[in-house]
Design a protein around this ligand. Sequence first.
Ligand SMILES: *Cc1c(COP(=O)(O)O)cnc(C)c1O
Length: 392
Amino acid sequence: MSSRPIYLDCHATTPVDERVLAAMLPYFTENFGNPSSIGHVYGWKAEAAVKVAREILADAINATPEEIVFTSGATEANNLAIKGVAEAYFQKGQHIITVATEHSAVLDPCDYLKTLGFEITVLPVQKDGLIDLTQLEKAFRPETILVSVMAANNEIGVLQPLAEIGSRCRDAGILFHTDAAQAIGKIPFDVQGMKIDLMSLTAHKVYGPKGIGALYVRRRNPRVQLSPQQHGGGHERGMRSGTLYTPQIVGFGKAVEIALQEQATETQRISQLRQRLWENIQQIEGIYLNGHPTQRLPGNLNISIEGVDGSALLLGLQPIMAVSSGSACTSAKTSPSHVLTALGHSEQLAYASVRLGIGRFNTDEEIDQVAEHAIATIQSLRKQTSLVNIRS
Ligand SMILES: *Cc1c(COP(=O)(O)O)cnc(C)c1O
């Protein structure tokens, strides 16, 4: 265990909190019933547990339990929201607005809809990663049916102005969807105040299990119509068929409950860790912070480093810290991060970037160790590069 690198990749996933696991375990064995079995106690037990989790999630975002649709994660929730709205509203219009820095689980469904004849406007972002609200409003058309803008970016942690977007969409009669996979449990949410109509959630970025998420679907003012993407037994009020995964749902509820209880103290503690790391690393020159300096997730630090090769940098950091050079979902490809290029970075600088995701289980000592090693690695790589330059 101790030989493993320090985990700083909390945007990719997080470990299941022991308290979450403890809450889940009885629902694999003793309480294994199908929540849809209404004729016996096995079903009732499972159904009661699902109800509790649904209420926790609804309360967390100021929604009602009937507005929570369980899915396999945020990817499925995004697909259900975007394709589900497109199919239900195509007679009203066939134009959707999204943003260049969205997760592929938003951009790819939009690309797919293009093949069916929908028009997609992909808004650029400003240098700090935020969208320009005037530009958003200019993109509105009479046939616009949906705006999809993420709550918190999975690479640069930037928090988009949800309430400002929501009120503009509501005034224009356009539905507003937000992918909140990175944000739930880390920043406060209020779907009423923020005028959010659809919101994607996932458990595994907030110390819950993988394979469970949810879509919030507004039922009133306005009532959102959604065309199901998975047909079957009519679970989740027909919006998502399939036997409910009780243990995962229980874990999701518990994870969000804990995150909300600890949100204030954790925000403060993790922000301090990030600040400590950033101040330390800044001792050397040619290091840039990507994304807005303050309007970002507490645990996110995304930096670009001048004068080093991206893959050599990652190799050098690997023994000490588990970090990512971009989104985990695109790190298998060798293209530069679409988020960093959207900020206006050159390909080379985009490659020479590191995403650090600090979380619940990181300590002061770990952060100091990481800073020390990162500085040493960068300095040694720069020395090598300058030697090569002298020789050639
Ligand atoms: C992780 C992530 C997803 C995908 O969520 P899954 O639950 O793994 O499908 C979608 N959007 C964002 C912003 C994410 O960070």
